[in-house]
Design a protein around this ligand. Structure first.
Ligand code: ADP
Ligand code: MG
Length: 346
């Protein structure tokens, strides 16, 4: 495995930039998830790492030396994409062997060596015995495992996985996620895993890179991203959330000029955004300071009920959860305080 450094990479399509100066250092053997909504630039970044696209400016270093000058075939990159790119007319065996058999004679391993490597990989991806099948005779999850074995067959310096499980159903995805982590721990490739699914990213990766609109919003471990989100965007992208505009006055959080019973962070004042999780609140019935809102909708939400509220003079939207047997009238008022919250200075 190798270190990968991305230095101030900009990619402009026509005049709208898809990447605005992205910098990221990934250590040899690390598994990082690129997490962001559709259109945030994840695939663009992977294509640049692969050499399929050139950046408008910036540098990519593999183990400290410039990678952008290297032609695609010399970068030795393993790829897996969302839509299985297996060759339909080839067996599983030939699909996995493909990257080796097309090498120039000088660097092509002998046939017996290729066979040994393919059978070993088949075991690794738990498809031993299926080498004579064709892709049409496999499930979606099995095809993605073949695609991964094919990417690993070339002993890549870097593994790039672009929403590899995105087209599969939820249970298969969960299984493959755990399985991919095990494979990674055994093979140790420097890996970039693209996903728009926060649960997948937080569970799988050593570090998560949260992207939005062509920029990196935050890089951190799952705990850092979850416990210390750097922005309202990160806070709301990694879990259900409500965000309200507040002011910090005299050590108090105020909404519409009235304290809501929450302390402001030490030394902060002025306008800010308050973030909390709908499930992590307490209903306030004693008339004390609280956030109050009018219920505009309610629905069953897992084991609880989710109330949708209009809060404050400007009717900002917020959501809170209450026990399932505590249904409430639409139009009535409810007061609550978050148990935990974050303040993001404006
Ligand atoms: P993601 O993979 O995070 O969904 P992409 O990297 O595919 O995002 O796209 C980022 C932005 O770049 C989007 O606005 C997209 O429309 C734009 N884009 C991507 N590829 C091209 C292209 N070949 N030509 C023009 N615009 C592109
Ligand atoms: Mg994409």
């Amino acid at each position: 495995p190798i270190d990968v450094s991305i230095e101030n990479v900009v990619k402009a399509f026509d005049d709208t930039p898809a990447l605005h100066g992205v910098s990221l250092d990934v250590k040899a053997g690390e598994l990082v998830a690129l997490l962001g909504p559709s259109g945030s630039g994840k695939t663009t970044l992977l294509r640049i790492l692969a050499g399929l696209d050139a950046p408008t400016s910036g540098r990519v270093l593999f183990d400290g030396s410039d990678a952008l000058g290297l032609p695609v075939q010399d970068r030795n990159i393993g790829f897996v994409f969302q839509h299985y790119a297996l060759f339909r007319h080839m067996t599983v065996f030939d699909n996995i062997a493909f990257g080796l058999t097309v090498r120039p004679r000088a660097s092509r391993p002998p046939k017996a060596e290729i066979r040994k490597r393919v059978l070993h990989l088949l075991d690794l991806v738990q498809l031993g015995g299926l080498e004579k099948r064709y892709p049409a005779q496999l499930s979606g999850g099995q095809r993605q495992r073949v695609a991964l074995a094919r990417a690993l067959a070339i002993e890549p310096r870097v593994l790039l996985l672009d929403e590899p499980f995105g087209a599969l159903d939820a249970q298969v995805r969960k299984d493959l996620r755990r399985w991919l982590r095990e494979i990674h721990d055994r093979t140790g490739h420097t890996t970039f895993f693209v996903t728009h699914d926060q649960e997948e990213a937080l569970e799988l990766a050593d570090r998560v890179v949260v992207m939005s609109k062509g920029r990196i919003e935050q890089v951190g471990t799952a705990d850092e991203i979850y416990d210390q989100p750097a922005s309202p965007f990160v806070f709301s992208f990694i879990g259900e959330s409500s965000l309200l505009p507040v002011t910090l006055v005299d050590g108090q959080i105020q909404l519409d000029g009235r304290p809501v019973g929450l302390a402001a962070p030490q030394g902060q004042s002025g306008t800010a955004t308050l973030g909390f999780r709908p499930h992590d609140i307490a209903i306030v019935q004693d008339g004390g300071p609280a956030i109050s809102g009018q219920i505009i909708a309610e629905r069953r939400h897992g084991a609880r009920r989710r109330l949708e509220l209009h809060v404050g003079a400007e009717a900002h939207r917020a959501e809170i959860d209450v026990p399932a047997d505590q249904g409430r009238q639409i139009g009535s008022q409810v007061a609550f305080r978050p148990n935990h919250w974050r303040i993001f200075p404006a």
